[in-house]
Write a protein that binds this ligand. Sequence first.
Ligand SMILES: Cc1ncc(COP(=O)(O)O)c(C=O)c1O
Length: 440
Amino acid sequence: MDHNNSNKIWQESVKYLAGGVNSPVRAYGSVGGNPVVMKKGEGAFLIDEDNNKYLDFVNSWGPLILGHCNKELVDVLKNQVEKGTSFGTITKAENELARLICENIHHVEMIRFVNSGTEAVMSALRLARGYTSKSKIIKFEGCYHGHHDSMLVKAGSGLLTFSGDISLSSSPGVPESFAEDTIVLPLDEEEILEKTFESLGDKIAAVILEAVPANSGLLPQRLEFVKKIQILCEKYSALFIADEVITGFRLGFSGFCGKYNIKPDLVTYGKIIGGGLPVGAFGGKKEIMNHLSPVGKVYQAGTLSGNPLAMAAGYTSLKILKEQNVYEHLNNLATYLKSSFDKLIMPALNAKSFTIKLVQEESIFWLNIREKDSDELIRRVDKIWQDAAGIYKQIFWHMLENGIHIAPSAYEVGFLSHPMTKEDIDFFINNLKTAIDKID
Ligand SMILES: Cc1ncc(COP(=O)(O)O)c(C=O)c1O
């Protein structure tokens, strides 16, 4: 594959953009080499500046469940652009999207739109603190909730990609006084959680959990653990915040909480909710949401929040998801991916000194590279095998050079998209097999 144009653009990018990027993992730091520069998307594929075509499993890190340039979505956006992109007033579009969500998701009685998942979590935490008049937040090791100060502590995602060590995955620039109010606990440990509540319950405003932790690999949690969080929150008058920035509208329309009938006090959304445009949202019980300004005293605002272009993208995407059997197709593909993996990849791994477990939560998947002969599902970030990144790097480059775009990090998950077919999954699996065969 020729990457001349990509390389030229990258060399320009590093002159003007910090680290050449606007979001760290895009820099290929943990897989090495120059990032490929994309210019166009078409259904399940991305096309780079040298006209190479890639089957895309990154899907903009999750938002593009409908793939690239869905026709219906593009038409709606063109139409809206001609009417205006932002008015700074109330619009019908934001109302329609809010109604679609509130009428279909049992734990969202009211919602507010913001511009990213980071903003959604930041605002939900402020609301939780304002509502409970308490200050401490419990988060879990390896869960990523955006790049605002209080959540950049042992946070996974890009921080883990670059340090390779969860104990180092926090950011300079976050004052210790901020971090002091963030209590970081291990996932999957009810007892530690309970003890923390026993000693600090009167100070804990909220517990935030990535519904299915998907920023340090994919670490599905036991339902009992999630329920325990909810019980303890109720007992100690803290709020349970489910971060569904990744899982919202992906694990079915009502996300993880709808699927497992969990009723969090607040939920945060991002990614799919904006149909590829920058949108986030937080919502939940009316009684809590009414503490937000202008009705309540907890201040939260945004110049471009709820703008008609983003709302049109979100509304159209969610309507398609709700009405067009998207999840059925995605789940069929996910099942096919698993059976193909078992049939072709498992035997190929026999001769290797490592193994790979395919971890899946519907259309989200993770290639969990691990020591040979270990098969149990891991639920904690400290159980991730340290040698995985070196093996993943070889897989990544083989896949890219053969027309498959997977995340440039061993700790990031992959996403299936609606335009994908079984033939696309075959293409992925066959190339994965060749990549594995080539590794010593
Ligand atoms: C679970 C979760 N929460 C919050 C965020 C932050 O969202 P954004 O990148 O839109 O700010 C992310 C981003 O990946 C995420 O995965």
